[in-house]
Structure formats: structure tokens, C-alpha cells
Design a protein around this ligand. Structure first.
Ligand code: BYC
Length: 340
């Protein structure tokens, strides 16, 4: 009942369209508190729109850049079955990127603008994709830990207050859960394989564990956006809460595999029912965010090259669309002459 199209103007055009109206903000918050979904044409505070564009586009970029470390192993997958599964997973990630860019576009930003922000290095994407995939075990570990962390973070986003983002997340989470299982199965095969395979799995866990914990973002006291985003019900759990849930779920999985989490401070606290873990190296996280991780440059170069190499496809698609339009116009004219 509070819905107001963004382009809705007063009938007589005399009342200014006030986007910071406290009354509208109050009603907006009431809707959010009542768990109503906010839709693209509804009134929303500018800050809500801005933070959603920021988060959804960063998320879309993460999916697209996230295709690169795994794409690196498609031609080297050890069996046809593994190759097919990996190819499908990487395709899914491309699809997730596209749903998310579409969700961001509903907030009035163009996809070209968002892509430009990624290619120029202005936009952030998940820190995790700036680490290299050195062995086949890394493909298993990415599925297990990276998709595992993604699910932990993204299932609550299915209940995000912004309708298009929440709906996109439902399908994405279903697919992520397949991804997590295929990864865990790869690691399990290695962990139960030869001593050399088990060593590969352990080495991979050693390299990915801490970067996976960083995926959840800075600790709550350093998180710039958390408090407001929780009030707007974009976020449902804080960064630290989700990180803790991930650790609690993943440590028993590692134990089952016979692998060791590379954290000497890790211990189960029977009183709280949670695992306590060591301190994250936030200086490494900051470095990666500033563009100085092991693969930041390589990732941006790869995306820029893909964009440049794809120029002919975009030109051909536009030329085809123009041709279809002029053919349709000519047919309409001929039809009109025939009827005259
Ligand atoms: N990496 O105030 P905070 C995937 C930034 S894709 C880089 O806590 P917020 C997958 C943050 O953006 C995984 N940047 O922010 C794909 C902010 O920067 P700005 C991606 C990070 O938004 C392929 C600043 O730090 N998932 O799953 O409240 C294969 C302060 O942080 C990171 C999503 O994008 C990071 N790790 O919370 C496999 C999920 N962490 O904008 C898997 C959606 C923080 O102020 N996003 N930053 O310059 C979110 O849930 C939230 O945006 C975050 C951060 C929890 C990530």
C-alpha cells in the first residue's frame, strides 16, 4: 500500500519529489520491519539503493572473476566426469553473474557502467579470487570451502529485503550447494587416495583456509556497512556470526576427511558449543583489497582481454538487431500499403 513508483510524480507537478522525506523513510522502514519485499519501483532511501548497487555489483563481479581460477583447470581435469562437472560449475557462475547484474540494473544502473567499474579496477570483487589454483586439489578445495563459505553467506540473502536480489539468490544457492558437494567429493577422493594425493589435499587446505575465512569481510567492529545493512535487512547476520557458523560447520568436515585445519589455536569450547579460532591476518586482507594480492593484476588483465576479444560479438549482435528492426519496419510499411 506504500508503493510509489520512482518515476511517480504528483499529478499537478507542483510538489517536489522529495527523496529524503522522513515520512517516506519511516514508512519504508516499517515495510522492511514487517518483512515486506521492496521492489524496483517502490520508494527507497538513496543510501539503500547505493549500498545495494554496491553489494550486488560486487557480488556479480565476484562470480565473473571467480570463473577464472577454476577455468584454469578445465582442460586439465583428471577425468571426463570431473571435466564435465567443472565446466558446468563454471558456466553456473557465469549465469549467477548475469542474474546479479540484472538485479543491479533494476536499481537504475546500467550494466555497461558496472562492467566498466570492474575492468578499470574501481570495483571490488571477493578477495578469495586473487589467489592462484596451483594443483587439481585446489578445485576441490574451492568447491568445499569457497562455495561452502558462499552458501553460508548467501542463504540469508534469500531473505534480503530487496525482492530482485532475494529471488536471484534462491536459484544461486541451490546451484552453490551442488558446487560445494562436487568440491567436497574431489577432496574426499584425494584425502582417501595415495599418500601423495592426501598431501595435495592438505597443502590445498593449508593455502585456502585463511583466505576462505576472509571472504566474510572485516570483523564486526571494523565493518563499515553492517549496522545499517542489518537495519535495512539486507544482511541478516553479521560478518563474524557467519564466519563462526562456517568454522563450526567445516571443522568436523575436515576431521572426517582426516585433514588438519592450519590453525594451532583452533579448539572446541564445550561451554559455548563453538570452535574458537586464531587471529585472521587482516593486513593480508587489506593488501588483497588494495589490489596487491597474488593474482589481482592477472585477474583484471584476463577480464579486460575477454572484454576486448568479445568486441566483435557485441558489434555483430547490435548489427543483427538493427537489421531485424529495419526488416520489421519495412514489412510494416509494406503491410500498411497493402491495406490502403
Ligand atoms: N572481498 O562493511 P563491510 C562466490 C569490502 S562469490 C572483497 O563488512 P558489507 C563464488 C566491502 O565490500 C562471493 N571486499 O561490507 C563465485 C566493503 O567495501 P566498500 C562473493 C570485501 O558489504 C564463484 C568493505 O570491505 N559473495 O560465492 O556490509 C565461485 C567493508 O566491508 C570483502 C558476495 O559478494 C571480501 N571478502 O559486507 C565460487 C556476497 N569483504 O564497498 C563462489 C554478497 C568485505 O565499502 N556480499 N569487503 O568499498 C556480502 O554479503 C557483503 O557485501 C560482504 C561484505 C559480507 C562480502
Amino acid at each position: 500500500m506504500y508503493t510509489q513508483g520512482l518515476d511517480a510524480k504528483p499529478a499537478d507537478n507542483t510538489i517536489p519529489f522529495n527523496r529524503t522525506d522522513p515520512e517516506l523513510e519511516r514508512r519504508f522502514q516499517e515495510r522492511v520491519d514487517a518483512e515486506e519485499k521492496i521492489e524496483p519501483r517502490d520508494w527507497m532511501p538513496d543510501g539503500y539503493r547505493r549500498t545495494l548497487v554496491r553489494q550486488i555489483s560486487q557480488h556479480a563481479h565476484s562470480e565473473i572473476v571467480g570463473m577464472l581460477p577454476e577455468g584454469n583447470w578445465i582442460t586439465r581435469a583428471p577425468t571426463l566426469r570431473r571435466k564435465i562437472a567443472l565446466l558446468a560449475k563454471v558456466q553456473d557462475e557465469g549465469g549467477h553473474g548475469l542474474y546479479l547484474y540484472s538485479a543491479a540494473e533494476t536499481l537504475g544502473v546500467s550494466r555497461d557502467e558496472l562492467v566498466e567499474q570492474l575492468l578499470s579496477g574501481k570495483a571490488k570483487y571477493s578477495s578469495i579470487f586473487n589467489y592462484p589454483t596451483l594443483t587439481w586439489a585446489d578445485i576441490g578445495t574451492i568447491g568445499w570451502l569457497v562455495d561452502g563459505a558462499a552458501i553460508m553467506n548467501q542463504v540469508p540473502l534469500c531473505r534480503c529485503s530487496y525482492g530482485p536480489y532475494a529471488r536471484a539468490m534462491i536459484r544461486i544457492c541451490r546451484e552453490e550447494s551442488f558446487h560445494q558437494r562436487q568440491g567436497y567429493e574431489i577432496v574426499m577422493t584425494l584425502a582417501q587416495g595415495t599418500p601423495e594425493q592426501k598431501r595435495m589435499a592438505q597443502d590445498s587446505l593449508d593455502r585456502w583456509w585463511w583466505p576462505a575465512l576472509m571472504m566474510f569481510g572485516p570483523s564486526d567492529d571494523a565493518s563499515a556497512h553492517s549496522a545499517q545493512n542489518m537495519r535495512w535487512k539486507i544482511k541478516r547476520f553479521s560478518n563474524d556470526e557467519l564466519r563462526q557458523k562456517f568454522v563450526d560447520a567445516t571443522v568436523p568436515q575436515a576431521e572426517y576427511l582426516g585433514l588438519t585445519i592450519p590453525d594451532p589455536d583452533l579448539r572446541f569450547n564445550a561451554e559455548t558449543g563453538h570452535y574458537e579460532f586464531g587471529t585472521i591476518d587482516w593486513s593480508e586482507f587489506e593488501r588483497v583489497l588494495k589490489g596487491d594480492g597474488p593474482c589481482n593484476r592477472e585477474r583484471l588483465e584476463a577480464r579486460n582481454k575477454a572484454w576486448d576479444d568479445g568486441a566483435w560479438v557485441r558489434e555483430a549482435a547490435l548489427a543483427h538487431a538493427r537489421k531485424r528492426e529495419s526488416r520489421a519496419a519495412a514489412q510494416n510499411q509494406a503491410g500498411a500499403r497493402g491495406r490502403a
